[in-house]
Write a protein that binds this ligand. Structure first.
Ligand code: TYM
Length: 351
């Protein structure tokens, strides 16, 4: 049975990239699947250990989930630190994964910079905790933006190596399930997770520079639309977005070599639930002086209510905390069920 898991870090402001690349998909998937959505506070310690407003940021991501339409009664919404089984499984995965696998991660290379010897061990092991987040629930589907693809491939490698290394014990204990790995059918304990990436908004770029992704850490606030921006700010940022002097093409091929134009078309498509083709068949041949106001109106129509609802929810931190506590209690039951079996497979003594 499919189970969806995904996580968002409580670092900085959420932006339109997070919304279109991830949160909007979380909402779409909840109608037909069981879903677990997590604010990954332990992961955020790799970026900033001493964090004055970690609690506030954790609540703010939770508010964004709820304001976007995630139903915390039908699904599970919680913060990672409440379920210590994530950290326990991450430790085991640290012993499954190889240092070379971690060293190859582009996100690690980017974040560690030149002085790699001085990066925290947590930053290197980040993907191992991410694999644990997913696999402690034996989740099968993970909706994320394009930038998380490599981490999800590593999650699959870790699951596969664990299944292989312990195949005899898994069979002996009868805790495996039949699964397809490529052409082969194997009996494994952890599923080989499917990434859910794609659509026109899997990689939203900066509004100031079409070669950089929209990011929480960009020093220019004009580079992104924050989930908390009001209507005027959203309009202003779209009108100031970098473009080129040409009209929009009639076909997607015409966007090649025009990253800023392609990005704005992708944003329109993501917000309107259309394909880029459909957007261009409506706006092909038009100048940005026509397209930008249409995009600004659409963005305000879709995003301003989310911002408003987030503000309303943030005024009631006790409610948000009750959602996280309840979600944590439900998540812990599933996670502990997995860990009991994992301890048994490995041969760790416990009750
Ligand atoms: P994070 O917190 O950086 O981002 C949250 C989600 O937003 C997506 N995203 C984007 N999508 C499109 N365009 C962009 N410019 C853009 N920027 C961010 C991300 O791909 C992500 O889906 N490692 C993860 C958090 C995590 C996780 C997990 C995710 C921890 N454990 C388990 C899935 C499953 C991260 O840093 O996301």
């Amino acid at each position: 049975k499919p189970l969806v898991f995904s996580g968002v870090q409580p670092t900085g402001n959420l932006h339109l990239g997070n919304y279109l690349g991830a949160i909007k998909k979380f909402v779409a998937l909840q109608d037909t699947n069981d879903c677990i959505y997590c604010v990954v506070d332990l992961h955020s310690l790799t970026a900033q250990l001493v964090h004055q407003d970690l609690g506030e940021q954790t609540r703010s991501i939770t508010a964004a989930f709820l304001a976007s339409g995630i139903d915390p009664k039908k699904h599970i919404v919680f913060n990672q630190a409440r379920v210590m089984q994530h950290a326990e499984l991450a430790w085991i995965f640290n012993c499954v994964a190889r240092i070379g696998w971690m060293n190859r991660m582009t996100q690690f290379k980017d974040k560690a910079g030149k002085d790699r010897e001085n990066a925290s061990l947590g930053l290197l092991a980040y993907p191992s905790l991410m694999a644990a987040d997913i696999l402690v629930y034996r989740a099968t589907h993970v909706p994320v933006g394009e930038d998380q693809k490599q981490h999800l491939e590593l999650t699959r490698d870790i699951a596969q190596k664990f299944n292989n290394d312990f195949s005899a014990r898994i069979a002996e204990l009868g805790v495996g399930v039949e699964m397809k790995v490529g052409e082969e059918t194997v009996n494994g304990f952890f599923p080989i997770t499917e990434p859910v990436i794609g659509g026109p908004a899997a990689r939203i770029m900066s509004l100031r520079d079409g070669s950089k992704k929209m990011s929480k850490s960009d020093p220019s606030d004009l580079s992104r639309i924050n989930l908390t921006d009001d209507a005027d700010t959203i309009s202003k940022k779209i009108k100031k977005a970098k473009t080129d002097p040409d009209a929009l093409p009639g076909e997607v091929e015409g966007l090649e070599g025009r990253p800023e134009a392609e990005n704005l078309v992708g944003i329109y498509a993501g917000l309107a639930d259309m394909s880029k083709e459909a957007v261009l068949s409506e706006f092909g041949g038009q100048q940005f002086s026509v397209f930008k106001p249409a995009l600004a109106d659409l963005a305000v129509e879709k995003m301003a209510p989310v911002a408003g609802e987030m503000r309303r929810l943030m005024a009631d931190p006790a409610y948000i905390d009750s959602v996280l506590r309840d979600g944590g209690n439900r998540a812990r039951v599933i996670a502990e069920g997995t860990m009991k079996k994992v301890r048994e497979i490995i041969g760790l003594l416990g009750d």
